[in-house]
Design a protein around this ligand. Structure first.
Ligand code: PDD
Length: 292
């Protein structure tokens, strides 16, 4: 973790940052969060992440004590001396500390924290091989478009993936299809058409997903916004996941079924490279030989 963290308007030493055990984030999961990926200390798509944070806050009727510009300013301030190749900024806002009762307390001040961690990035060997995934039933509700800290189904799903030796768990929802990963959006290529789920209460509107859709448009790739069934997904020629930290990452195995020829496909690689070009352009950095 960076040396200082943000707690309710102040930058203080991480060891001195404490939150009340009565905090509603701790008691009820009554809060929201964001994860922003940073390259050589530059936050990628910062405005989009802050915009989503504001949307998540509105989604749980939480009035944040800071506006868009202040939040952007604080994130940049926190990144001032960060030189790591990769870093992640974590922001969390909860309804704050109060006597425990389910409904909103009348007099409560939100708790807002931010900190920065060094990021690892995806190893080249993993990028070249792609990842295996498992499919698990989607036990979440219909607020998945809100980035809330209620992540128990996601935690259990990812743990099941780890125990199965896989890199991600994909949620399958009755009557809808395979909607997204435990911490990622999902894309497939079928008959030359790139598909991902539409914006819905079943998925997070991923910032990386949005970048990929913009890239696909600029490259003239046909796109379909639709959820695929398990059968459609495993018979796709390419599948990949997207997230802030994983960027565009090939999926080469789903529940024991090999996808395509078992290697990252050409569309996936083109979009992964296009994403890195976007990062270079928007963050004003150069990856050099290490671009993908
Ligand atoms: N998760 N869907 C879910 C359920 C997620 O948790 C995430 C990201 C995404 C991808 O969103 P984005 O492209 O904006 O990162 C989709 C973050 C990284 C996390 O919880 O750590």
């Amino acid at each position: 973790m960076g040396e200082s963290v943000f707690l309710n308007g102040e930058f203080i030493a991480a060891e001195q940052a404490f939150v009340s055990i009565g905090d509603r984030g701790f008691q009820f999961g009554d809060g929201i969060y964001e994860v922003i990926w940073c390259y050589q200390g530059r936050a990628f798509r910062l405005n989009e992440h802050i915009e989503r944070l504001l949307g998540s806050a509105a989604g749980i009727r939480l009035e944040l004590p800071y506006g868009r510009d202040e939040l952007v300013k604080y994130v940049k301030q926190m990144l001032t001396d960060i030189k790591w190749e990769y870093a992640s900024v974590y922001i969390q806002a909860t309804r704050g500390p109060a006597v425990r009762t389910h409904a909103f307390p009348s007099d409560v001040q939100p708790t807002v924290i931010m900190y920065v961690n060094q990021g690892q990035g995806v190893p080249t060997s993993t990028r070249e091989a792609g990842i295996a995934t498992i499919i698990v039933p989607d036990t979440r509700g219909t607020l998945c478009n809100i980035k809330s800290v209620n992540l128990l189904p996601n935690v259990l799903a990812r743990q099941a993936a780890v125990e199965a030796g896989a890199g991600e768990a994909l949620f399958e929802r009755d009557g809808i299809g395979v909607v997204e990963g435990a911490a990622s959006n999902i894309f497939a290529v079928r008959d030359g058409v790139l598909s991902t789920g539409p914006l819905s209460p079943y998925t997070l509107p991923g910032v990386t997903r949005d970048c990929v859709l913009q890239l696909a448009k600029s490259k003239g790739l046909p796109v379909a916004l639709e959820f695929l069934s398990r059968e459609e997904l495993i018979t796709s020629s390419e599948v990949f996941i997207t997230s802030t930290s994983k960027e565009v990452l090939a999926v080469t195995d789903i529940a024991g079924h090999v996808i395509g020829n078992g290697r990252p496909g050409p569309v996936t690689l083109e979009l992964a490279d296009g994403y890195r070009v976007l990062v270079e352009r928007e963050c004003g950095i150069k990856f050099g030989d290490n671009r993908c």
